[in-house]
Design a binder for this molecule. Structure first.
Ligand code: ATP
Ligand code: MG
Length: 204
């Protein structure tokens, strides 16, 4: 971030610098920003290591709503429509589960198709577990990448969108330390459904 700031300062003085230096300053600022966000992602990866979470009674509805609030600007700028069905109560770590919703919704917006993004968040009860489905109308995930994209640093076919390929690996680990599973399937009308399971909360 210091790098980004310094590049910005130099840029403001660009008129006193040789004329051909500006493009390089832009590059420094860009790369600095990229590095700062990579560091954030790596810290998140370390932060969500197994054994660091607390399990408590979590209302997934409020967790999902607060994840959506954090993405409010992205949602508005991309004209994304989101529907959030009633959500169950589970046993888990609220901050980590907020990250799961946040990353999946962020991906659904980032990997959109031709149309404006439409995202539906629904849930199903499966005995002592619940399943959450996040369906988008985006570009879809090809069959051969469906498992690979959950590996660290794997960005599938993504070439134009920026990212580090860490989001899904972080949330897979979160879901697995909650004794759940996460996977994706093609949505019936194009796009993708990401699903994950979590343990239902039971009164102690
Ligand atoms: N909803 C989606 N629709 C289509 N492709 C997706 C979707 N979500 C993820 N992908 C693909 O899976 C890859 C991995 O996603 P992941 O979230 O792990 O990394 P990323 O978005 O590239 O980077 P970041 O670390 O910033 O999240 C993406 O690069 C993209 O190719
Ligand atoms: Mg991502």
């Amino acid at each position: 971030n210091g790098i980004v700031g310094l590049a910005a300062v130099l840029q403001r003085r660009a008129d006193t610098l040789p004329g051909d230096i500006r493009p390089f300053l832009d590059k420094i600022e860009d790369q600095g920003r990229h590095m700062a966000s990579l560091i954030d992602s790596l810290l998140a990866y370390a932060d969500n290591a197994p054994g660091t979470q607390t399990f408590e009674q979590v209302d997934l509805g409020s967790v999902a709503r607060s994840a959506l609030t954090l993405l409010e600007t992205d949602i508005q700028n991309s004209r994304t429509q989101i529907s959030l069905e009633e959500m169950p109560v589970v046993a888990g770590d609220p901050a980590q589960l907020e990250r799961v919703f946040g990353n999946l919704v962020q991906n659904a917006i980032k990997y959109k198709g031709e149309a404006d993004p439409v995202i539906a968040i629904t849930s199903a009860e499966l005995g002592d577990q619940v399943r959450i489905d996040i369906r988008d109308n985006g570009m879809g995930v090809p069959d051969n990448l469906r498992e690979r994209i959950f590996n660290p640093l794997d960005r599938g076919n993504a070439t134009t969108q920026s990212g580090h390929g860490l989001g899904l690996s972080i949330i897979r680990r979160i879901v697995e330390t909650h004794h759940g599973r996460i996977w994706c399937q093609p949505a019936p009308d194009g796009g993708t459904v990401f699903s994950f399971t979590l343990p239902r909360y039971v009164e102690p």
